[in-house]
Design a protein around this ligand. Structure first.
Ligand code: NAG
Ligand code: NAG
Ligand code: NAG
Ligand code: ZN
Length: 361
């Protein structure tokens, strides 16, 4: 029948479209959550389509032997550059975090040619971006309904404890084991048998250690709670640049609110959330990376970790402005001070010349 053939044609067209989309990745949907396979394919696509500014680097393996890969983004340079780090998905169930890393990469790649500010960032900085750090956990959280809220890594417990997983954000060598952790391997905040027992935490630690002198900024993306957390998680230790971190954090929160009106709180974990230890944010600050922040994205608990897909776009839009507020501050402070030094030197020289020439007369 006529109706039947119209339907067949539509079905064929839909299949062809799907196949073409699958082959070319023409329209990656940033308003959906994606599986690890899709994200890995997207990372390859970013590298393939932007060979001048994107490369990838494997810097470790997960417990289940997956390659932990980051995207390095910026103009190529023969001289060493300053760097900015961003990781997403250290906690498996916080699906909005990997979605944000992808959104962030899309935005900077889509604007560096036309936006002079982003262009300058690409000149002076390299971004190191890990879209999914805890890949094993992320895949497990996609497995079935009952594992959707998985948080930890997927390594087995040691000794008599038979539960799986360590909280990677309690496993770093940063006041490890001191506060806000559990020694029970069945707990969601189990800090592992030893500091850096987990290969994922070890991989980040080694990478940061090798790049600590050039790294200006460390951003780690989580959900939920609408918070910007600064070091430290331990209540009795304060960052040497606490006041500045607060100032920069508050400016970022303001930038976030300006987009869709959502409010974000700023402070240390003990001040605005709960005390903790062994976090990657604290480790970064402890080894001397001056600007270290945790973002806790939307929401405030209504949907929690199961943030609906229609909130991905607005959440990422506002968090992008928050992250950019921090990155621009860090960049400008570092590179403008160099420009000011040159200007002051020049001005001093000219004044000296003028004075000496004045003396002649
Ligand atoms: C990890 O990367 C290496 C080097 O590119 C590759 O040979 C290996 O197959 C990768 N492993 C997995 C599990 O993808
Ligand atoms: C493990 O279990 C055995 C047998 O129940 C017990 O003797 C041992 O003390 C336990 N070890 C630890 C570390 O709890
Ligand atoms: C912080 O210091 C107070 C006062 O000395 C002490 O009672 C508390 O146990 C310390 N907190 C931690 C987590 O060590
Ligand atoms: Zn988290």
């Amino acid at each position: 029948t006529m109706k039947g053939s119209v339907i067949s044609v539509l079905v064929v067209l839909a299949l062809v479209d799907r196949l073409a989309g699958g082959l070319e990745h023409r329209s990656y949907d940033y308003t959906k959550y994606h599986t690890m396979d899709e994200i890995a394919a997207w990372m390859n696509q970013m590298e393939r389509e932007n060979p001048d500014v994107v490369s990838s680097m494997i810097y470790g393996q997960t417990y289940e032997n997956r390659n932990i890969t980051l995207l390095k983004i910026g103009f190529k340079s023969t001289t060493p550059k300053k760097t900015v780090w961003m990781d997403c998905g250290i906690h498996a169930r916080e699906w909005i975090a990997p979605a944000f890393c992808q959104h962030f990469v899309k935005e900077i790649l889509g604007s560096y040619k036309t936006d002079s500010k982003v262009n300058t960032l690409f000149k002076n900085l390299d971004f190191y971006i890990t879209p999914v750090l805890n890949m094993d956990g992320y895949i497990y959280s996609w497995k079935e309904y009952t594992t959707r809220l998985w948080r930890k890594s997927r390594s087995p417990g040691t000794g008599n404890c038979t539960c799986f997983g360590t909280d990677l954000n309690r496993n770093f060598y940063a006041n490890w084991g001191m506060v806000g952790i559990s020694r029970d391997c069945c707990s969601d905040i189990y800090n592992g048998p030893t500091a850096l027992s987990e290969p994922e935490a070890k991989a980040v630690t080694d990478f940061l250690g090798a790049h600590q002198n050039e790294m200006l900024c460390y951003l780690t993306i989580h959900s939920y709670g609408q918070l910007i957390l600064i070091p430290y998680g331990h209540p009795n230790i304060s960052a040497p640049n606490y006041d500045e971190l607060m100032e920069v954090g508050l400016a970022a929160a303001k930038a976030i609110t300006a987009v869709h009106g959502k409010s974000y709180k700023v402070g240390t974990p003990p001040d605005i959330l709960y005390a903790n230890s062994g976090s990657s944010r604290d480790f970064a600050r402890l080894i001397g990376i001056p600007y270290s922040f945790t973002f806790e994205l939307r929401d405030e608990g209504n949907y929690g970790f199961i943030l609906p897909e229609d909130q991905i776009q607005p959440t990422c839009e506002e968090a992008y402005q928050g992250a950019m507020s921090i990155i621009n501050y860090v960049h400008d402070k570092n590179f403008k001070s160099a420009a000011i030094t040159v200007t002051v030197t020049l001005w001093t020289t000219l004044t000296a010349l003028w004075i000496s020439s004045a003396n002649v007369f």
